[in-house]
Design a protein around this ligand. Structure first.
Ligand SMILES: [Zn+2]
Ligand SMILES: [Zn+2]
Length: 243
């Protein structure tokens, strides 16, 4: 019975997505309490309310008083309707994402996605959730696409199907984080395609990624989806690195 008990523990005990300690959860616990222990939660930073379109903080520009589009979004409206994320990248959020991507811990995706989604206020009413695709060889090497794992975790919350075939990565790109900012747009330009425009036409899409660094990749994906006829694209990520 002891063995059975520890087996059941291994399967059913929720563990912190940041550090793996078992979580003491009470009924009615928040999504965040079901993902992070108290110590890890203390290192998680939620973004300040920002630009209604790109989500970037307005505080430095407008003193944080107004809620509207930022100057950059007014000058050049992005192809997406709004971009939101649950956390600033860092602390236990960074640990959780690394465990998901490189530690073979796909089980982290569910609680992490649900906690970050609750904080992000990205909207609703989507026809499909579309993960940012990996190039096939990176997918083969890692074994799974972390954005797809996060997307599946949102299915129950959004009641929208996950469509991994709507967007395809045509060519491998250098990791955006290794490039200086001015080269990041060129790195991803032309890297994505919509294989079947008839599936995408008229649809409201939620585009999902794990971490947004500059928005070059998600902006390019949104552009390609809109060009294929998508009615709208919203962007959601677990985290965003601060400029
Ligand atoms: Zn923890
Ligand atoms: Zn903006």
């Amino acid at each position: 019975m002891k063995l059975l008990g520890s087996l059941l523990d291994a399967v059913f005990v929720l563990r912190c997505v940041g550090c793996d300690v078992p979580l003491a959860t009470a009924r009615g616990a928040t999504a965040e309490a079901l993902a992070f222990c108290d110590l890890c939660a203390a290192t998680c930073n939620e973004p300040e309310p920002g630009c209604l379109v790109c989500g970037q903080e307005l505080a430095s520009i407008l003193g944080g008083v107004s809620r509207g589009p930022c100057g950059a979004c007014l000058a050049t409206p992005p192809p997406y309707r709004r971009a939101r994320w649950g956390y600033e990248y860092g602390g236990a959020v960074q640990d959780a994402i690394k465990r998901l991507k490189f530690g073979g811990r796909e089980d982290v995706a569910g609680p992490l996605a649900r906690a970050a989604f609750r904080l992000a206020e990205v909207g609703d009413g989507w026809d499909a959730i579309v993960p940012v695709p990996l190039h096939w060889w990176r997918l083969a090497r890692r074994g799974f696409n972390q954005a797809t794992a996060l997307s599946h975790a949102l299915r129950a919350v959004t009641r929208a199907p996950v469509e991994t075939g709507w967007l395809r990565r045509k060519r491998a790109t250098v990791a955006q984080s290794t490039l200086p900012e001015p080269r990041r747009d060129a790195n991803v330009r032309g890297a994505f395609e919509v294989p079947r425009r008839d599936r995408v036409r008229g649809k409201a899409v939620l585009l999902v990624d794990d971490v947004v660094t500059t928005s070059a990749t998600t902006t390019e994906c949104a552009r390609v989806l809109r060009r294929a006829g998508a009615a709208s694209v919203d962007v959601w990520s677990v985290a965003r690195t601060l400029a």
